[in-house]
Design a protein around this ligand. Sequence first.
Ligand SMILES: [Fe+2]
Length: 496
Amino acid sequence: MGDPDFVQQDFQRRLREIPPQGMGLSVDVYSPDLFVLVNKLRERGLQPGYLEVFKATTTALTTVRQAVPDIPLAYHGEGLWITQPDVRESPFFQQDVGEMVTQLNSIQSLWLNHECAMKQMAGYSFGTYVPPLYTRLSAEVVAENIVTVQQAMDRQGRRGDGTAPLFLLEMPPLTYFSAGTIPIPHFFRLVTALVPCGLVLDIGHLWTVYRYTGACRRTSLERFVREFLDEFPLERVVEIHVAGLACHESVDESEGGEGLPEWIDAHAAPIPSILFTMLEQVLAHSNLVSLRAVALEVDTKPIEMIVEEYAETVRRFSLLVQQTMARETAVEQLMGLAPRPASVQEPVCQSDRQQLRDAYARYAQIISGQAPMTGPEWQEVAAEATGVARYRTSYVPHEILHWGGDLAEMFPQTCRTLAERGICLTEFVSFWFRSPRLITHSYDFFLLKIERFLEFVTERAPDAQVYAEKESDILRQAYAQANEVVEPVMELERAR
Ligand SMILES: [Fe+2]
């Protein structure tokens, strides 16, 4: 594997090309409307130091770049499942990386932020992020895949000044459980020893690690954060995220009773004050020497709440963030260091790759309720099985039936017909996870839902197939239109 000293120096060389951005917002182009939001902030005398924009169409991103020429932009990617041992063999990977580079260039992005998580594994698909297996082998595979993406950015990703965007790996949230054999901070230390990537530390995600790894039963939050930060490669953290947390709508808040709420990552929800206490603790840590930016992650949040939270956060933290960004590591050793392509010297061997592929197939089957918890990665989870049970029995069915498109609303006539035949929609959940599927296009949960539901109806109620086909045609057409027609710049002009 790569020489750790060189990897660290290569990271620092890349980091020097990223100027401090200060405090900003991580946003979606459409939800809420970005231009209305920027105008509302300006009315309050607030100008974000930067905007991190979630993946959208290239046209929409180009429009954003033109409409706010005075605000630096960064890119929040999606759909590159770098946790997966076979991702590079996927026929869509090159295409997805190519599109991502085009989008990075279209907004002149400083970095590519991507979750260390996936929504597809071993032929099984989910609607929201699932964390990686926290194992040594999994860390090596993540590192190898990051190298491939960074090399593509080095080749084709160019900003005006000729520098390439940096890969930033975000520690994902836990949704009730975490599987693996090594501690989470150790996993990220293994990755950063192998590749010169930066990291994004999301404070709310860190809270979920406290909540769902059992740490909350052993120690205080303050002590957990201190010990976590001492282990985590904090010197690689380039950006910090702060976002809302909330109980999932499928969970009855009166249940639980362990003291701490069963919060999960929820960008539309208010940011709980405990996250700002944690943020203070993180900013005060002396290993945080590469920080360039702090963003509130506010996609899907009401605009009034964003403006209030941002104003308050700037008031409370901007000086502290400026001081933290001014910290430097010694850079004299960088003198004379020539740029070198990112590389991992020893590729993960085929048998290890196959072993991890099998572990991910088992992972998908376990969390969807199709298989019992077996294997070393699941020992700790099995010992305290309520978290994974919550995921299997509430979260996953909700995701398949309601999240990202409610089936009863998408297919009203078909669903009525199924009900008349006595077919319960919950049967669709086990149908969805019954067997792995050949992936036939780039990840899109909405289109996947339509495709799988058509198959379900064809198998279970062939006489309702005609309705399902008619309704899916309408859905697909409307979806294609919605993805093409939106012209956000018009909004900006109107709002001004
Ligand atoms: Fe985040």
